[in-house]
Design a protein around this ligand. Structure first.
Ligand code: EPZ
Length: 422
């Protein structure tokens, strides 16, 4: 296993291109199950998660090749195997997004229940509620979900649930509805840009999806979908992470291939903290800081609210604000694995239920810390970039799941960070 060795204090400067979105690429890859003919996905990031899903799709009968230029070619060759096994799903929960495509295209699906992960319980009840609404028979046998239905039938489905909506649940139901008989309306659908990207890809393949990006998505079922060439939307969470890395080091960095319109909730909070964020004439985004960081209050919400995937990174930044901040996590109430590790670095964080009180300190001190989940690990790297002395972040395989060569890209911006075998 590798770790990152970071010596803090270097201000980040330069330009960083943002990659395609991991959370868009995964459902887009799964959607290729629905199509006749070849799909070419451009801008898919080379991550542990995308490689893992490619492996699962191959086991499900797709030919998946990554070209030299990074393009992903996907084509269904065999529809016999419809079983996404436990050993694969437990390693990456997002594998559940093969459920809807398998069911609607092949009439059956067997997918292991993903169980929990480091950020808390990861139920799929809303996915199953939506798919059974479309007529699927759903059984839980030996830890696997078994779904069956020769031809799904469109209907009205409410996906609100206790947290406002479900991103992958919306993706699963939307994909399943594309080949169902008749019209499906998803009420309280997720509005995330990654869901919009999936709907746009499906329409490019001949589907008839409308309302994507709003809480009501309508899908007119069609008989068949063809493949197409499609470019993945830029990764708003990666962009937000680099914005915060710039702010925490008092740097001055330009992001390219960054959809600022997908980050308005983060931009609102960063500007309140005192971070300068401006569009450049050539379509980039310039990030810098010019004064002490101000404390703020943050509550994570479904899109377009403040993203839970940027909560940990923003907490690292607020450790150095001039006063007390409050961060409340409403999507994954247990998503605070980074709190104890940041406190090891001299932060003053106190958890009260779903809220963390962040008491600003003058300085963080480097220490050996351990990564636990993707975004908590990114937060520890950001803290190490500014902490006094050396920080060693172990188990960086968590970070490799969602950020491509992050240490090389940070080093290019001037950070003193190296990957070393643990
Ligand atoms: C997606 O996960 C993202 N993953 C997550 O990003 C992200 O944190 C999450 O959406 C919220 O924005 C991918 O897109 C691959 P949800 P998803 O279903 O779809 C509850 C990262 O770091 N819920 O929107 O699995 C659930 O427990 C990852 O990149 C139910 O109650 O999340 C949670 O509290 C982490 N029943 C809330 O809804 C269900 O059937 C939101 O979950 C489904 C979800």
């Amino acid at each position: 296993m590798d770790c990152f060795q970071i010596t803090g204090g270097k201000r980040l400067r330069g330009t960083v291109p943002i990659n395609g979105s991991k959370n868009a690429a995964l459902p887009l890859m799964a959607a290729a199950i629905l199509t006749e003919g070849e799909t070419v996905l451009k801008g898919v990031p080379d991550l542990a998660d995308t490689r893992h899903l490619a492996f699962l799709l191959e086991k499900l009968g797709l030919a998946v090749t990554r070209e030299e230029n990074g393009d992903f070619r996907l084509k269904v060759e065999d529809e016999m195997n419809c079983h996404a096994e436990y050993d694969l799903v437990r390693k990456m929960r997002a594998s559940v997004c093969v459920m809807g495509p398998l069911l609607t295209k092949r009439g059956r699906a067997q997918v292991s229940l993903p169980g929990g992960c480091n950020i808390g319980d990861r139920p799929v009840g809303l996915h199953l509620q939506g798919l059974s609404g479309l007529g699927a028979d759903v059984d839980l046998i030996g830890g696997d979900i078994h779904l069956k239905r020769k031809k799904l039938k469109g209907c009205e489905i409410f996906l609100g649930g206790p947290f406002g909506s479900t991103v992958l649940g919306t993706a699963n139901v939307m994909m399943a509805a594309c080949l169902a008989d008749g019209t499906t309306v998803i009420e309280s659908a997720a509005c995330e840009p990654e869901v919009v990207d999936l709907a746009n890809y499906l329409n490019a393949c001949g589907a008839r999806v409308s309302g994507q990006g709003t809480p009501r998505i309508t899908i007119e079922g069609v008989d068949e979908l063809h493949g197409c060439e499609y470019t993945v939307v830029p990764d708003r969470i990666e962009a937000g992470t680099f914005m915060i890395a710039t702010a925490i080091t008092n740097g001055d960095v330009k992001l390219t291939n960054c959809r600022l319109d997908h980050l308005l909730a983060l931009v609102d909070r960063l500007r309140a903290i005192g971070v300068n964020i401006e569009r450049t004439a050539d379509g980039g985004v310039q990030v810098s800081t010019s004064r002490r960081l101000e404390p703020v209050t943050i509550t994570t919400q479904p899109y377009p609210g403040f993203p839970t995937d940027l909560q940990a990174q923003t907490m690292a930044l607020l450790c150095l604000a001039d006063g007390n901040s409050l961060i409340t996590e409403k999507i994954f109430p247990d998503r605070f694995q980074h709190v104890a590790e940041l406190n090891r670095m001299g932060a003053r964080l106190r958890k009260e239920g779903p809220t963390v009180i962040v008491e600003g300190v003058k300085q963080l001190i480097g220490a050996p810390v351990m990564a636990s989940d993707l975004r908590a690990s990114a937060a520890l790297v950001l803290a190490g970039l500014i902490a006094k002395g050396r920080t060693t972040v172990s188990r960086v395989y968590h970070i490799d799941r969602g950020y491509e060569r992050i240490e090389q890209r940070l080093a290019t911006l001037g950070a003193d960070i190296k990957r070393i075998p643990e």
